[in-house]
Every structure is written in structure tokens, then in C-alpha cells.
Write a protein that binds this ligand. Structure first.
Ligand code: PHE
Length: 451
């Protein structure tokens, strides 16, 4: 294993906050959350999501960050370090490798979607430059285009991870995250002033409690909460391993959870009004069964039609919108890649550059397989990784933090950066909470979904 002085370290708390919120804020917030909310009872879904985000995902996030900082290792070695005996060490290995595999598979499909975002970013820019036919090529789905865009995105991702923790992850996140928030706010202000926008706000913020009773909703909200906070797959664990010992992890993780949910809510205030503005312009926004259009059709058909109807201003708006999504995807993708790369650096003779090329090439190969067998594989990989694997791995991490980590060692770790933690309510609640409540709740929701 590489010794810890060679490992990276975030240079400041702000740097960590930018990187971790960069990982958390992604397509899950800006695309997944608003459309899920719109289809599942608006504010009722929002409340359920907030509840799960703070009651389940936030404690689990803390567990991951603490395990990471304590062990200063990748997910596999970190869990092995906590395991006291041969059986638990075997469980640690299985869980750790499942985490790395899940992170890699999530990245494999994520890079494909991110490639589409990139294509839709380039198309309006090329159109503004008068390159109409090239612009059309970038906006029309084809196998070659999907491969090319996924490759370009994967190379950008690789470039950042090769540069390392401070010069890559931290530096880029510190630029990209404020840019993302700025773009989001500019677009919301513009969109909310268009005719029809308020219908979208209403749809998002007025609760429809009947929909909340739908079976399976809790599972999808839980999956959403785990995906949104990048949990279970070692990304937060490995970012935690780059945090300095004087940082207060409970407070930092609360910051991450708050910014993440805040951006989900802001994204709802952008996407749903945009959908209803499109309707006011005569675009169909409901599918044949009367439900709101969601998923890829929303982003790649409804919204582009809206932008088109807005003339030249629409081109600028389209470039901004897809620029926003590309940035969100990139800062998340780097964290997914870092998880297996950290393992490779710490367990092979490879240096960061070689490890990154190796891991990124394998993941790109998986993306190619998914692109070529898209209809058969894409939905399967998405649901396997995000609905099943991620919450289950999150549960395992809570079990490691709650059951295998001795209480006084845990306390010692939290005391770093939070010296009087014992006198806080936090210490009275959290350890028992990750030990009992989190695993039982996650397992319960999961079993319920299998009925
Ligand atoms: N949190 C990211 C999003 O919302 C996705 C993600 C999942 C990132 C797992 C890292 C690990 O899009």
C-alpha cells in the first residue's frame, strides 16, 4: 500500500465542501429529482425525500466520511481495517469490491448520459456559429455520436483525476460548483418570468398526498436520496480520506446534505416551470396515459422544442442549460472514477497516472458495451446499481460504522475537529442511530420493495 504521506489531502475545508457537493450535485438532482417529484405528487414527494435525505442519507454520509478519514484508504482497505476477524474481513472485501464495481458501473452509464448533454451543449453553440449541419449532427442520436461524446467526456474526466486531489478534483470543483449555481440562478430568474411558469411551480410545490401512498414510492425516494448524496460506493469514503484531521465532519456533512437538497429544490424550480412554459407554447408535455413526460424525452425533446420556439435567445438558453448539466455531471463523474482509482493506486505498483488510465479505459469499455446493446443493458444497469446495489451498500457501511467500529475509537475519530462532541446531542443520538435505525430502515424499505 502506498504510504499515507503520498496520499492527497484537500487543502481547505472549502475545497472539500466544493468537491463533495460537486460529487453530490449531479444529474440526479437536476434531472432525476424534479421529474420524480413531478410524477409523484409534487411537494408530497419533496417532503418524503427531505425526510429520507436527513433521516437516512445524512447519517450514512457521516459514516462514510468518518470511515474514510479514520482509515485513510480506499473503500476495500478501509473496510478491511475496521474488520476485527477473518469472517468480517471477508465481508469487508466483498462489500468493498461491490462498492468499486458499482461506482464503475454507475460511471459507465453516467458518462453516456453526460455525453448526450455535451452534444446538446455543442449543438446550439455550433448553430450560433452558423454551422447548421454540424449542429444537427450533434443533436441527432446515432451510434457514432454516442461513442464519440462518451469518449470526450471520459477523457475530460480522466484528465482531472490524473491531476490528483488538490490540482484536479479540488481545483476543478472550486471553479465549476459556483459556476453551476450561478447558471442555475440566472436560468430560474429568466424562466420564472415567462408565461405559464407559475403552473409549473404549483405542480412542484402543491402536495398531492394521494400519490404518496403509491407502493414503491418510498423505495424510489430512498434510491433517489442515496444516489443524490453519492452514497455506498466509496466516493464519499475516499473523499473523507482526504479531509484533514481538524475538520468537523458532522458539520461539513450537514453542509453537503443541505447544499445538495437545496440544489435539488432549485432545479425543481427550473425544470417544472420550463415544462409548463413549453405547454403554454403548444408543446405536448404529457404522455398518452396523461402522465407528465419525464426521463430522456423531457430533457432531449420537450425542452429543446421550448428553446427552439424562443428564437436566438433560445439558443443561448439551450447552451446554458446543457452547460449546466455537463458541469454537474463532470464534478460527479470525477468522484466515481476516484473511488476505484484510489484502490488501484494503493494496491498495485501503478502511480496515479497509470492507475487512472487503466481504470478509466475499463470503464469506457463498459460504456461502449452498454451503448452497443443499449436497449437491453441501459435500464438494467441503472436499476441494478442505483435501486438495489447503492442502498444495500449504504446499509453495509452503516453496519461497519455501527457494529464493527469500537465505540471509543469512533468517538476518538469524531473528536478530531469536534473536541467537545460528547457534550452534544449529536453523540447521544448518532452512534445508536447508524447502528440500529439506519440498517433497519434501509433494509425495511428494501424488503418492502421486493414484495
Ligand atoms: N450524486 C450524483 C448525482 O446526483 C451521482 C453519484 C452517484 C455520484 C454515486 C457519485 C457516486 O448525480
Amino acid at each position: 500500500m502506498a504510504n499515507s504521506s503520498e496520499r492527497g489531502l484537500f487543502s481547505s475545508r472549502l475545497g472539500f465542501l466544493m468537491a463533495a457537493t460537486g460529487s453530490a450535485v449531479g444529474l440526479g438532482n437536476i434531472w432525476g429529482f424534479p421529474t420524480n417529484a413531478a410524477q409523484n405528487g409534487g411537494a408530497a414527494f419533496l417532503l418524503l425525500y427531505l425526510l429520507l435525505a436527513f433521516a437516512l442519507a445524512w447519517p450514512a454520509l457521516m459514516a462514510e466520511l468518518l470511515i474514510g478519514r479514520h482509515t485513510r484508504a480506499n473503500m476495500v482497505d478501509a473496510l478491511r481495517t475496521l474488520a476485527p476477524g477473518p469472517v468480517s474481513r471477508a465481508v469487508a472485501s466483498v462489500t468493498g469490491f461491490a462498492g468499486l464495481a458499482t461506482a464503475s458501473l454507475i460511471l459507465a452509464f453516467y458518462a453516456i448520459i453526460a455525453g448526450w448533454m455535451l452534444g446538446h451543449l455543442l449543438a446550439p453553440i455550433l448553430e450560433m456559429l452558423g454551422q447548421q449541419s454540424l449542429a444537427n449532427w450533434f443533436a441527432t442520436d446515432s451510434l457514432e455520436l454516442n461513442l464519440l461524446l462518451c469518449l470526450v467526456f471520459s477523457l475530460a474526466n480522466l484528465g482531472i483525476i490524473v491531476a490528483g486531489v488538490t490540482d484536479g478534483i479540488e481545483k476543478w470543483s472550486t471553479w465549476l460548483m459556483p459556476a453551476l449555481v450561478l447558471l442555475l440562478v440566472v436560468m430560474i430568474v429568466y424562466v420564472l418570468n415567462q408565461p405559464g411558469a407559475m403552473d409549473g411551480v404549483r405542480h412542484f410545490l402543491v402536495p398531492d398526498l394521494e400519490r404518496l401512498a403509491r407502493p414503491g414510492l418510498a423505495v424510489s425516494a430512498m434510491g433517489q436520496a442515496f444516489f443524490a448524496l453519492s452514497l455506498g460506493v466509496g466516493t464519499m469514503l475516499v473523499y473523507g480520506s482526504y479531509i484533514s484531521n481538524d475538520a468537523n465532519i458532522p458539520r461539513l456533512s450537514a453542509g453537503v446534505a443541505l447544499i445538495d437538497t437545496g440544489i435539488s429544490i432549485l432545479a425543481g424550480l427550473l425544470i417544472l416551470p420550463a415544462l409548463f412554459i413549453a405547454q403554454a407554447q403548444g408543446v405536448m408535455i404529457t404522455a398518452a396515459d396523461g402522465s407528465l413526460i419525464a426521463g430522456p424525452d423531457l430533457i432531449f425533446q420537450v425542452l429543446p422544442q421550448l428553446f427552439e420556439s424562443m428564437g436566438d435567445g433560445g439558443l443561448v438558453l439551450a447552451a446554458l442549460f446543457f452547460g449546466l448539466l455537463t458541469i454537474a455531471a463532470l464534478t460527479s463523474a470525477i468522484s466515481m472514477l476516484e473511488s476505484p482509482v484510489a484502490y488501484a493506486i494503493e494496491n498495485t505498483r501503478l502511480q496515479r497516472r497509470g492507475a487512472t488510465w487503466l481504470v478509466a479505459s475499463l470503464i469506457f469499455a463498459a460504456s461502449v458495451v452498454i451503448i452497443v446493446h443499449f436497449d437491453r443493458l441501459f435500464g438494467l444497469v441503472v436499476s441494478l446499481t442505483t435501486e438495489y446495489s447503492q442502498p444495500l451498500l449504504g446499509m453495509m457501511l452503516c453496519i461497519f460504522a455501527g457494529w464493527l467500529w469500537q465505540r471509543h475509537h469512533l468517538l476518538q475519530e469524531i473528536r478530531n475537529g469536534f473536541p467537545d462532541v460528547e457534550n452534544h446531542l449529536f453523540w447521544k443520538i448518532w452512534p445508536g442511530y447508524v447502528k440500529f435505525v439506519c440498517p433497519v430502515l434501509i433494509g425495511g424499505v428494501f424488503l418492502y420493495s421486493l414484495r
